[in-house]
Design a protein around this ligand. Sequence first.
Ligand SMILES: O=P(O)(O)OC[C@H]1O[C@](O)(CO)[C@@H](O)[C@@H]1O
Length: 248
Amino acid sequence: MFHWNGPLPEPHIRTLADMKGVLAAPDIGADDPDRPLYFMYRDLALNEEDRLWLSARSLRYDMTVIPPGVIGPEFVKTKGHYHPENPAGVRYPEVYEVIEGEAHFLLQRPDASDVVLVKAGAGDVVVIPPGFGHVTINPGNVDLVMANLVSTAFSSDYAPYAAMGGAACYEMADGTFVKNPRYPGTATVRMAAPLPVPAFCTAPGTPIYGLVGRERCLSFLNRPEEYIEAFNACLRDVGENCVCAPRP
Ligand SMILES: O=P(O)(O)OC[C@H]1O[C@](O)(CO)[C@@H](O)[C@@H]1O
């Protein structure tokens, strides 16, 4: 179990049946639909003061545990979703912190014109910029424990990933990337690394829970339109691209 000093509600559990439509091997799951894949502890706060501060600003702190494993031929991963636009017409962003284990954040524009893989380890803080859908993969052999801060002003949109059979590429259990044939053209994954973002007070090794109570650091989550330059500087291209192989 991960370290958390506050009240812990029952987790929401994503099962194999919930992953229908987003897997590399669509038939996996029929025989074990209740297999739990990952555990989401939503809306956490260490104390009442923090809870009130977060809810007054329409923010939520979650922790998610993704045990290692495979789903058929691919690594275990989250279902994947997009965030809708805020009242100013900019899609809501999100910020994640890897607490334990290893994470591959697979981001993509809805038309897959840009697919980005951010590899992150314990202590890394990764901003999901507006306009990118995201799937989180556990490529390791230990639990991935991560936290996120996100606006509560919207519901995630799962339909586009489900309609397209998942993300533009699948990360297979041998570490290779295989193209999802439902997307047109070739798919290239651009490798990127998280950068510290002073405007969001994010830096490696700095737990994002410490931003609770700091108005200026978290206003980007509800008012992303004021931070477009900072979003453009939150990921660094590592100069490696990977073309997703056609499905055998
Ligand atoms: O909603 P999905 O795609 O299953 O992904 C789960 C993740 O997304 C969140 O709902 C936040 O966006 C987290 O609670 C969790 O880590």
